[in-house]
Design a protein around this ligand. Structure first.
Ligand SMILES: [Ca+2]
Ligand SMILES: [Ca+2]
Length: 298
């Protein structure tokens, strides 16, 4: 099986781009360590990030806007950044288990003035081959908040099936060496799109690559015409969490359609796994999602 996947990956790379796709048998943890220092090294903004000129909160709200996770970006601005700069997330309309929410983390990027936004899509079920309760897939965006979206979304990275033989690392956008992102219209503008594969929910930046991944993502991906309206929750920062219980404070709730008992009251910063998926805290801290503005590949 690994040999088959390896051959498939070589074929994919030749079809798409060696710059845009890395899918060797190596796991993400084996990929070369990014040149950038880690966000975990508490790289703080020199001063609190002010609201961009094009984006203003009503004065009464702005005056009461705390910075709960102490990263120099107010809670209100983090929520606006995460929502407005989110790539379009294309979950198939015919996905048999589409119930999900988005946990996000907005952090200062090591390059001053830029931000890194991680999105962890948490699903109630993986209902593909060898399915299980709990599923998580991660993608991230390199954001310039001084430029309105979608142009301020400088690059997007998605890693499908991280840490497995099916792992696929893809980056797209306007940084050197990257191919432009595939786009989907949102509010009349072309936003980068992250496709979620049928049932397995692997995250891909190319419809062609997803559909070619028939071994790992049988059923492929499909474009979607309406925007994803999944609930979003701010995870906060490592050491300064903004959520510790996704049932009491988030979207993993019966009134949101969730019913899997093993997923209730999950703390995303804990060492626990989200059902049959991986450790979410590891995803939230993974430096591989910090895109280098100087080059496309990790
Ligand atoms: Ca903050
Ligand atoms: Ca934050």
């Amino acid at each position: 099986m690994p040999r088959l996947l390896s051959v498939a990956c070589v074929l994919l790379a030749s079809i798409v781009s060696s710059n845009a796709l890395s899918c060797s048998g190596a796991s993400a943890s084996d990929v070369a360590v990014p040149l950038l220092p880690s966000v975990e090294q508490h790289i703080a903004l020199p001063s609190p990030l002010s609201w961009p000129h094009w984006l203003r909160l009503p004065e009464p709200v702005a005056n009461e806007d705390p910075d709960s996770d102490r990263d120099g970006i107010s809670d209100g601005l983090e929520a606006e950044i995460a929502r407005r700069y989110a790539p379009s997330y294309a979950v198939s309309d015919r996905d048999p288990c589409p119930l999900h929410g988005l946990l996000y983390r907005v952090s200062p990027h090591p390059r001053a003035g830029l931000l890194v936004v991680r999105y962890v899509a948490l699903y109630q079920h993986d209902c593909g081959a060898r399915g299980h309760p709990g599923d998580s897939e991660v993608f991230s965006a390199l954001v310039n908040p001084s430029v309105p979206p979608p142009e301020g979304i400088l690059a997007v990275r998605a890693i499908a099936h991280q840490g497995t033989l099916c792992e696929s690392v893809m980056t797209c956008g306007a940084v050197p060496g990257c191919h432009p992102c595939e786009t989907m219209q949102r509010e009349g503008r072309p936003y980068p799109v992250v496709y979620s594969s049928y049932g397995k929910h692997g995250g891909y930046l190319s419809l062609q690559v997803c559909n070619f991944s028939f071994v790992c993502d049988y059923g492929g991906c499909t474009p979607r015409t309406r925007p994803d309206d999944a609930p979003m929750v701010n995870a906060g920062e490592s050491g300064y969490p903004m959520v510790s219980d996704l049932t009491d404070q988030g979207f993993v709730r019966p009134d949101q359609g969730w019913s899997e008992p093993s997923l209730m009251h999950f703390d995303p910063w804990s060492r626990d796994k989200f059902g049959g998926a991986g450790n979410v805290a590891k995803d939230l801290r993974d430096p591989l999602y910090v895109i280098d503005p100087g080059r496309c590949n990790p």
